[in-house]
Design a binder for this molecule. Structure first.
Ligand code: ZN
Ligand code: ZN
Length: 334
């Protein structure tokens, strides 16, 4: 039997949480909100492997905790916190059991509703990024296969409504748009509980990728969005999309900022001599394997882009960039 945690907001509404394994090594937190009127599902895991079975098992455990029978068919509304597969991939399965309306932020809507087209565009931009980062063509192919594997399994679904800042979501839930980790990333506030999704996590610093791959991602947006959440008053507890509840959300946001500021400093140190993004990534993260190589390259790319945009890094090999239509860019601290 899955463990179910219960969180009580100061306005009387309740959120239940249970874990679902989205990928090997990645547990997603699934939240079910009881607003007194209806049940609201926040995120629905990856839909991959046994994730859908675990979702059903989570509802069985919830029934025990509730002392009445509850299933996916009792869900009245589905809120998706952002357009990453470990949060929306289970949608086609969930929608087989309920016709509950699905809501997501405008900037991530096409990930759900125009999935194949969006994947094609983002793949092209990712390939361009890997080329300029100095990743060989052969290795790029294996990284792209990993990138596409889980995402190719999803098929597009319509979105019924949008999560917009300033307009309460169903259940009177307050929406904060916090781009960076994902273009349409939102945090959701219910009383003194803040669903931080993947914007703020209790242990890891949420993944960053350059804006050159997807607009409205990127470290600049992300750091601004951390400041935005630090200023939200009346938050007693943060509930992340992964990992543990966050007792001090503003303090955790500050810790995450510091990690990024240190990484930026480190990169300026590494780039005392010209380096490609692949070189910098190896210096920063050492030897990593499989999907983590792609994550390390994207993370590095986000930081290099941030420094380049602000004139703290410059391209060291302009002649080559001028001659070659697909150059590897070497960066040097200014
Ligand atoms: Zn995410
Ligand atoms: Zn996630």
């Amino acid at each position: 039997m899955k463990s179910v945690n219960k969180f009580q907001a100061d306005d009387g509404r309740t959120a239940y949480c249970f874990p679902v394994r989205s990928f090997p090594g990645l547990i997603s937190n699934i939240y079910v909100i009881d607003d007194g009127n209806q049940l609201i599902l926040v995120d629905c895991a990856s839909g991959i492997g046994s994730a859908n079975d675990e979702l059903v098992a989570g509802f069985a455990a919830l029934s025990e905790a509730y002392n009445r029978s509850i299933s996916l068919s009792d869900i009245g509304t589905i809120l998706i916190t952002h357009g990453h597969i470990d949060h929306f991939g289970g949608l086609p399965f969930v929608r087989q059991h309920t016709d509950a309306a699905v809501g997501i932020h405008l900037l991530d809507r096409r990930v759900i509703s125009n999935h194949a087209e969006r994947l094609l565009f983002s793949s092209r931009r990712l390939e361009n990024f890997l080329t300029s980062a100095g990743v060989s063509e052969k290795y790029q192919q294996s990284l792209m296969n990993m990138y596409l594997f889980s995402k190719n399994l999803y098929s597009s679904m319509p979105v019924q409504f949008l999560l917009e800042e300033g307009t309460p979501a169903p259940g009177g839930i307050e929406v904060f748009h916090v781009p960076g980790h994902c273009p349409g990333q939102v945090c959701l506030k219910m009383g003194d509980l803040l669903f931080t999704a993947d914007h703020i996590l209790s242990r890891t610093t949420p993944h960053q990728a350059p804006e050159s791959i997807t607009n409205n991602m990127g470290l600049g947006h992300y750091l601004d969005s951390l400041t935005k959440i630090q200023r939200v008053a009346g938050v007693r507890l943060g509930l992340g999309g992964h990992e543990d509840p966050i007792v001090d959300v503003a303090g955790r946001a500050e810790e995450i900022k510091q990690v990024h500021l240190e990484r930026l400093e480190k990169i300026l140190g590494i780039c005392q001599t010209p380096k490609s993004i692949a070189d910098i990534s190896r210096d920063l993260f050492g030897k990593v394997e499989s999907y983590h190589v792609l994550l390390a390259l994207e993370e590095t790319g986000a930081h290099v882009e941030y420094l380049y945009q602000r004139g703290e890094l410059a391209a060291a090999n302009l002649d080559e960039i001028e001659r070659n239509s697909q150059p590897v860019v070497e960066y040097v601290a200014t």
